[in-house]
Design a protein around this ligand. Structure first.
Ligand SMILES: CC(C)(COP(=O)(O)OP(=O)(O)OC[C@H]1O[C@@H](n2cnc3c(N)ncnc32)[C@H](O)[C@@H]1OP(=O)(O)O)[C@@H](O)C(=O)NCCC(=O)NCCS
Length: 181
């Protein structure tokens, strides 16, 4: 992953040495809101981290001051659209750090990179209907509500939810560009 910087954060590739920070993030039951099964032990985290490193499609969100990794942002093809240049994004932050605007700060920098350097056509994000924190992050980053796909997502435990879809079009990004600087 291309290393990116914000005022308080370094966004970089995942490394094997991040296993205990990733475990701190993923052991918390709150990660269910993002669709992930909480990690019951660090061996699971080790396997997951190997997948992160191999797929190379996620940024580790680390604090500039302490270097601790506190979150993860993934960008992947939007499987709901037959356009390779339509990407989707999801994210998780360690609950100890919620409410400080860290994910919003990371997302704004990544959005700028995706539209200005990777030249994507559209960026989407999907959240469960009751995930108000995620909805707020998306609104603060300039996403607009697009559609709710009924029964659109199946969680790790087989439970099915509607998928609330937000997106940003390249043309809207260009028009509102200053919003992200
Ligand atoms: C969604 C998530 C990444 C937000 O991270 P964050 O860095 O706390 O985001 P922000 O600080 O920008 O806060 C977003 C909103 O959440 C709310 N919020 C954050 N922390 C909160 C807390 N501890 N209690 C209540 N509300 C809180 C605030 O309303 C805030 O909006 P506001 O600044 O307009 O008031 C984080 O809650 C998380 O990891 N959740 C679990 C995984 C998940 O749901 N991922 C999204 C998948 S679609």
């Amino acid at each position: 992953m291309m290393t990116l910087e914000t005022q308080r954060l370094i966004l970089r590739e995942w490394r094997k040495t991040d296993v205990s920070d990733l475990f701190d993030i993923m052991k918390n039951s709150s990660v269910i809101m993002g669709g992930w099964e909480p990690h019951s032990n660090i061996n699971i985290t080790g396997d997951v981290l190997n997948e992160y490193i191999e797929s190379d499609d996620r940024w580790a969100v680390s604090l500039k001051d302490s270097k601790k990794v506190i979150g993860c942002v993934r960008v992947y093809p939007d499987n709901n659209r037959g356009n390779f240049y339509a990407k989707s994004i999801n994210y998780v932050l360690s609950e100890d750090y919620w409410g400080n605007g860290y994910i919003t700060e990371a997302m704004k920098r990544i959005i700028k990179y995706l539209f200005e350097e990777l030249d994507i056509d559209l960026l989407s994000a999907f959240h469960y209907p009751d995930n108000i924190k995620s909805k707020k992050v998306l609104e603060k980053c300039g996403f607009e509500y697009e559609i709710t796909i009924e029964q659109g997502s199946k969680r790790f435990d087989g439970k099915v939810f509607d998928a609330v879809c937000y997106s940003i079009l390249k043309s809207d990004y260009i028009e509102n560009k200053l919003h992200y600087n």
